[in-house]
Design a protein around this ligand. Structure first.
Ligand code: CP
Length: 324
């Protein structure tokens, strides 16, 4: 994320126009978005919050990589705010006939799609599109290569804040394939902005990140150091789709024994530590299934928070649109 891309996220009045990355967003904006998201949450079993703040607007979901949670929650978030939502089926779209991504975007722009939610496997695609759309169109990054997943970072931050809002006195441990994880990147950016006490990134050496990309984090290769007295443990899957060569990556049994988040390994963390996972999960590889289903798991809460966070982002962008 270049400095120019950070500026690209805001309109001339300083309002959030595109959400491309959490890098360089300040703590007051993050806090406002989390507070707005809290306002959209309802009790389990209650009807979801609805508003008409996006009535007349159209949200287009363009997912050039698979997704369950992010796509479904942007779809629900848009509808619950009164928008029309278009889910482009990429596999049957004219992208398959060689149409460029920009021509696809221009086509949807001509159909008055106001907010485009983009997931893509290549670095820089959301910012590239944001530079080319008309002034009244907003771009939301729904997952960009191994670089950025800002709404995931926000929902993870909200879930951690619900457990303990005292970021400065907390230790968060993220374990797994950190090297290829946009989830780790966005969570790390958000947590550092909020002044996290300790952020530990744990992975086998073959999946260790470039330390320069995670300033302020402690990078370790074992859970004994990584999980000790942690308040939060977040498991990540191995991103096989981004790994050309699996050499050096432990087999399933060895991986689970050394890096798996389980009832046994969680004994190292604080007794009330929560267990997170962005999904999709591989039970028995990076996380024990029984732990994922246990009371200390907040994995389904993360999903619920995902809808609320996406509503907060869409609502804010829609309100700015209506003032133009
Ligand atoms: N966490 C996440 O991005 O999940 P999906 O790939 O299902 O959207």
């Amino acid at each position: 994320m270049e400095q120019d891309d950070t500026k690209l996220q805001f309109d001339p009045n300083g309002n959030l126009r595109h959400l491309l990355s959490l890098k360089n967003l300040d703590s007051s904006l993050l806090t406002e978005l989390l507070d707005e998201a809290e306002g959209f949450l309802t009790a389990p079993g209650a009807l979801p919050t609805r508003s008409r703040s996006l009535a007349g607007r159209t949200v287009g979901n363009l997912f050039f990589e698979p997704s369950t949670r992010t796509r479904a929650s942007f779809d629900l978030a848009g509808r619950r705010l009164g928008a029309d939502v278009l889910n482009l089926d990429v596999n049957t779209s004219s992208r398959k006939k060689g149409e460029s991504i920009l021509d696809t975007i221009y086509t949807l722009e001509a159909m008055q799609v106001d907010i485009m939610v983009i997931r893509d496997a290549s670095d820089g695609v959301p910012a590239y599109i944001a530079r080319h759309v008309e002034d009244h169109v907003s771009i939301l990054n729904a997952g960009e290569s191994d670089v950025s997943h800002p709404t995931q970072g926000l929902l993870d931050l909200l879930t951690i804040r619900q457990h303990n809002a005292d970021f400065k006195n907390m230790a968060v441990a993220i374990v797994g394939d950190i090297q290829h994880s946009r989830v780790a990147m966005s969570a790390s950016q958000a947590l550092q902005t909020m002044g996290i006490g300790e952020l530990r990134l744990i992975s086998p050496p073959a999946l260790a990140p470039d330390a320069d990309k995670f300033p302020g984090a402690t990078i370790v290769d074992n859970i004994t150091d990584g999980f000790r007295d942690a308040d939060v443990v977040m498991a990540l899957r191995i991103q096989r789709e981004r790994i050309g060569n699996l050499d050096g990556i432990p087999g399933i049994d060895e991986y689970f024994a050394n890096y798996g988040v389980s009832h046994e390994s969680m004994k190292l963390a604080k007794p009330d530590a929560i267990v997170m996972h962005p999904g999709p999960m591989n039970r028995g590889i990076e996380i024990e299934g029984a732990l994922a289903d246990s009371p200390r798991s907040v994995i389904t809460k993360q999903v619920t928070n995902g809808v609320a966070v996406r509503m907060a982002v869409l609502d804010r962008i829609g309100k700015v649109m209506s003032t133009r």
